[in-house]
Design a protein around this ligand. Sequence first.
Ligand SMILES: [Zn+2]
Length: 473
Amino acid sequence: MTMASPERQYASFAAQRQPGCRAGRLVALAALLGLAPFADLCAQPAPPLAIAAHSEVQGHESRLTFTLQSCVQAESYLLDSPNRAILDLPEVNFQIDPHEGQPEPAPEPRKHRHRASTKDRDAAKDNSKATAAHGSGLVASYRFGRLAPGKSRVVVDLTGPASIVSTGCAPSPGAFELTLVLAPASEAAFKAAARAGAEKQARATAQNAPPAPPLPSVGAQKPIIVLDPGHGGVDTGALGREHAIEKYVVLDFAKALGAKLRASGNYRVVFTREDDTFVSLGQRVRIARSLNAALFVSVHADALARDGDEVQGATVYTVSDRASDAEAARVAEHENKADSAAGEDATEGASDVNDILFELTRRETRAYSHVVARSLAEYWKVAARLNKNPRRSAGFVVLKAPDVPSILLELGYLSNEEDVADLTSAAWREKAAAQAAKAIDAFFAQRQPENQPENLAAPPADAALKATQSTGN
Ligand SMILES: [Zn+2]
């Protein structure tokens, strides 16, 4: 019998997180220790399980079906830019691999013993188009997950303009099936339906404004650091090797970093999310600004489709109007799609304030962001791998607070074998988070006295830092 690799164990742990019962792990522990009364902690009804999903084409209709433990009421609507169908649900516990909804990889080119005829080539072209889409038809790909406490969502990327024929839930042998039926529609009809969809979503969003995360009550004078684990819930982020999923990897790292920062006693630490919930890019920036945060650190992990195994290491990003290079532009474009991936109508653009004071503040903030980015890259390489070009900049929406120094740390590449092994290892996380916390200490020690925590040591001199690096790996 072979032992499961640590990465595998991590993946299965991540897949089994129970969003519905926050006390779930405590209850499991209590049961293990024979403390039965603690089982009451999870007395509220658990959200129904979803255990399978599949899409199929029947005539001109495309059907997407989820197999559930019990029926749920679904609200369906369409959105454009890009074209999507949305299913808003009460909270559902999706026990389905997120890879299920992704397009299948392009098929290996078939070896022909004879030269392909024009007809063969056309058929091959049609074939690859059908495979790139999810089993062909109107469903290109789909995502599912938690949106907010008590709410879940399914986002369907469409191959073309569609109409919703029906949405319904019915018993099937041994389970229940929630089915969305789509049919092709004219561009004009789709646009009109998408406008109505956007209005419907805007009304629902206005009624359910997300609550601000609680601010620690102790240490009112201490600077606030906002830690921002990317993605969450229905937005999984990058899907990597060994079933690594960005939203879990970055949450675990942010928690490890938060624990180090809190343990120092120098800061108040606030998270934009502490569980598997979607938070919009605008809301992440609003949290940092409303708390007058002294630092905002967004945590992500990348994955490359092509040459995925060649590229590795962490990269620290700052915001800039022009991307530092093509790779930075690609990463920013990808990360800026988080709201659309979660089925939100549109990202709120940063307001263009043409004010000299605003401009001065923004310039000063960006200078501080560069200082902390430099510090992080320096300290990081003592304990972990850096990308060969570790400091880059681009137009990340989440880094656009004009008055909060903000950086975005891409921990590494989930498409790279060594990076995946590191990013899913608790030992690596501890080591890397400790270095990131030191880098943040060094940044605050360099700032003006009024922003300095009292009991911080002076930042290490460059020579001392270099000496530490030479003993590192
Ligand atoms: Zn990301």
